[in-house]
Design a protein around this ligand. Structure first.
Ligand code: GDG
Length: 455
C-alpha cells in the first residue's frame, strides 16, 4: 500500500558544510520506521526542507519514493516551529505548564504553515492513496484537507504523550486542535493512557463525537530489533580501566529528558553508597537539539554546571564519575555503547515512548535497564528497574542495585523484555497500522475485511 506521508522534518536534507554539499540522513526512530515503509511500498513524503541547500531540491526521488519539500522563511520558522510547536505544544504535552509560551502570533504561523502543508498534500495526493500524518506539528492538517474536499483515508500518528484532559484544556486553541485531529479516519498513540486522555479531551471539549472511539488505536512504535541484536562488523567493546562498570545514557538535549536530575542522582548515589565510588563511570551522551530555542541554550548551561560541580567534588586524578559528551555519535559508536554498557540509565521526566530503552534491550547481552515510570516504553518493558525520576534517592538506590545485580536476575529480566522488543518490532508496528487502516477503509467503502485483521 503506497502512502503519502507528512512529517514536519524530512528524512534527508542537503547541507553545505565547509564548501561541500552533502546529503544528511535524519536518523532517529520515526524517520527510520517511515523510511522503511516508503522503501518497501513507494509513495510520496511531504516535509519541511530545512537544510541550507534544500531549496535546490523542492522535489526529488530518493530510495524508491518521492520527497516533496515545503519551505519556510526564518520568521515562519520561528513562529511555527520555535514559538508554537516547540514553545507551546511541546511543553503542554509534557506537563510543563510554566514553560508554555502563549504568544498571539505563534498560532497564526502554525495555522499558516499547516495550510501550506495542506496545499502540498492536496496537490500531490493520488485518489485512493492513504495520507499518513505525524505528530504535534501538524494537528490542524487533517481538517484542512477535509476542507479542501479530499476524501482520502487519513491517519494520524501521535508520537508524544497526550496529557490529562483538564491539563490539555488550558491550551487556548484546545478545541481547534482537537477538531483538526479528529477529522482523521484513524488516530494512533503509543500507550493506552494517551488514548484514554485523548478520548476524555474529546468528550470534555468537543462533546459527543460520533464514532470517535472506533478511530483510536494504541500501537507502541517498535524498533529494528534484528539490527540492534545482530552482530555488526567492526564492533568494538568499550572497556573501562579497573573493571569499572559503564552506566550509559543517550538523549536529545531536552528538559523532558530529566538530564539534570540524572546527574543529581549520580551525586545521590555517591552520597548514599560511597562504596560504589570508582567502581563505575557514567557516560552521558547528549545530542544537540533545537539549538535556536532559548530554553535549550539555558538548559545546556545548567546541565554543564551541574555535571562540572559533581565531577569537581568527586573526581580524583584517576577517576571522574561523569563523562559528558555533547555531540551526535555515529550509529556504530552507539551500538558499541549499547553493547558495552552494564547499566542504561533512562530517566525522562516524561516521554512519549523512548526508543533508546528498546534499542538498548535489543542490543545488550547482559545489561540492566533503569527506566522512568513516565516513559511510554515502561508499558512495554515491565521487567526494567522502574523509577520515579524526581526521587533522586530511589534512582540512586536502583543504580546501586543495578551495579550489584546477580547475573541470573539480569538474564531473567532481559529475557522477557527482549521477547517484547523482538515480537513487537518495527515490522509488527507497520503491519498493525497498515492492516488496521486497510480494514477501516474497507468498512468506510464497504470492502470485505482482510484476514490479517486483529483488533
Ligand atoms: C520522539 C518522542 C518517541 C539519538 N541520539 C543519537 C541517536 N539517537 C537516536 C536514538 C533513537 C532516537 O534517536 C531518539 O528516539 P527517542 O524515542 O528516544 O526520543 P525523541 O527524539 O524525543 O522522539 C519519543 C519518539 O518520538 C518515537 O515516537 O519515542 O517519546 O519524544 O532512535 O537511537 N542516534 C545516533 N547518534 C546519536 O547521537 N546514531
Amino acid at each position: 500500500m503506497s502512502y503519502l506521508i507528512v512529517t514536519s522534518r524530512c528524512p534527508i536534507s542537503h547541507e553545505k558544510i565547509g564548501g561541500n554539499e552533502t546529503l544528511k540522513k535524519n536518523v532517529g526512530g520515526v524517520a527510520t520506521a517511515l523510511s522503511r515503509a516508503m522503501r518497501q511500498e513507494g509513495g510520496t513524503w511531504i516535509c519541511w526542507g530545512d537544510g541550507n541547500m534544500d531549496h535546490k531540491y523542492p522535489e526529488e526521488n530518493y530510495d524508491g519514493y518521492k520527497i516533496v519539500r515545503i519551505f519556510l522563511t526564518s520568521r515562519e520558522r520561528k513562529g511555527f516551529y520555535d514559538d508554537y510547536a516547540n514553545g507551546t505544544l511541546w511543553p503542554l504535552f509534557h506537563y510543563f505548564r510554566d514553560r508554555m509560551k502563549l504568544t498571539s502570533t505563534g498560532i497564526s504561523y502554525y495555522r499558516q504553515i499547516n495550510e501550506r502543508f495542506a496545499d502540498a498534500v492536496a496537490k500531490n495526493a493520488k485518489p485512493g492513496q492513504k495520507i499518513w500524518i505525524h505528530d504535534y506539528q501538524l494537528a490542524l492538517l487533517p481538517k484542512m484537507l477535509r476542507d479542501r474536499g479530499l476524501d482520502n483515508f487519513i491517519m494520524t500518528t501521535w508520537h508524544i504523550p497526550w496529557v490529562a484532559s483538564e491539563f490539555y484544556a488550558t491550551l487556548p486553541e484546545a478545541k481547534e486542535l482537537l477538531e483538526g485531529i479528529t477529522a482523521s479516519d484513524m488516530i494512533t498513540f503509543h500507550t493506552v493512557l494517551y488514548r484514554k486522555n485523548f478520548l476524555e479531551s474529546c468528550e470534555n471539549i468537543l462533546g459527543k463525537v460520533t464514532g470517535i472511539e472506533k478511530k483510536l488505536y494504541t500501537f507502541s512504535l517498535g524498533i529494528d530489533s534484528q539490527y540492534y541484536s545482530g552482530n555488526p562488523a567492526n564492533r568494538q567493546n568499550i572497556e573501562l580501566k579497573n573493571n569499572r562498570k559503564l552506566i550509559l545514557s543517550i538523549d536529545r538535549l531536552d528538559y523532558t529528558k530529566g538530564l539534570v536530575n540524572r546527574a543529581l542522582a549520580i551525586e545521590a548515589l555517591l552520597k548514599r553508597h560511597p562504596e560504589d565510588a570508582r567502581k563505575f563511570t557514567y557516560v552521558m551522551i547528549v545530542t544537540p537539539s533545537r539549538t535556536s530555542v532559548t530554553e535549550y541554550i539555558n538548559m545546556k548551561k545548567e546541565l554543564e554546571m551541574t555535571v562540572g560541580r559533581i565531577n569537581g567534588t568527586y573526581s580524583d586524578l584517576n577517576w571522574q564519575p561523569i563523562i559528558y559528551l555533547y555531540r551526535r555519535v555515529t550509529d556504530r559508536q552507539l551500538m558499541n555503547y549499547y553493547r558495552s554498557a552494564n547499566v542504561a540509565l533512562i530517566t525522562p521526566l516524561i516521554d512519549g515512548l523512548n526508543l533508546v530503552s528498546k534499542e538498548f534491550v535489543a542490543a545488550t547481552k547482559n545489561g540492566v535497564l533503569i527506566l522512568s515510570r513516565f516513559a511510554g516504553a515502561s508499558f512495554d518493558l515491565s521487567a526494567s528497574l522502574k523509577v520515579n525520576p524526581n526521587d533522586l534517592n530511589e534512582v540512586a538506590d536502583k543504580l546501586d542495585e543495578a551495579l550489584h545485580m546477580p547475573e541470573n536476575e539480569i538474564q531473567f529480566r532481559l529475557e522477557s523484555m527482549k521477547e517484547n522488543v523482538i515480537k513487537k518490532d518495527i515490522n509488527w508496528w507497520l503491519s498493525k497500522i497498515s492492516s488496521t487502516a486497510e480494514n477501516m477503509e474497507g468498512k468506510i467503502h464497504g470492502k470485505p475485511e482482510s484476514a490479517e485483521y486483529t483488533p
